[in-house]
Ligand binder design. Sequence first.
Ligand code: TYD
Length: 131
Amino acid sequence: MVGLSPMGDDRGTLIAIEAGRQIPFDIQRVYYVFDTKTGVSRGFHAHHALRQFLVAVSGSCTLAVDDGTSRDELRLDNPAIGLRIDGLVWREMRDFSSDCVLMVLADRHYEEADYIRDYDEFTAAVRKLAE
Ligand code: TYD
């Protein structure tokens, strides 16, 4: 988890995220997930190479991150907190609040070939990396 610096004044709050500062990579893509329907879970994949930085800029959701040996569950509910995901990590997202806007900054364009969408394939890739 990375704390971001809110710049607040009597008008409200602003947070800036800059490549090479709060996040250690050049941003090639930004996408955001919103209007997620009640009870929906998303993700269920890992990436071979992609690096990401996630911020719930509005609302909240739960993120499960699994490195093949242990799983952590994190509640993203603060626009001043970001989560870095690097390396082989299986992620699942659920319990989206109706106002959740989950913004993702990424260091690569969308490439389906970078996805691992099968959990057994993911654990095999983790074992191979550890050899
Ligand atoms: P998907 O990977 O299923 O989303 P999630 O991991 O959140 O469940 O992506 C949904 C669709 O959007 C899928 O058809 C791929 C497409 N997509 C893009 O075209 N560009 C992107 O940057 C992303 C993340 C997805």
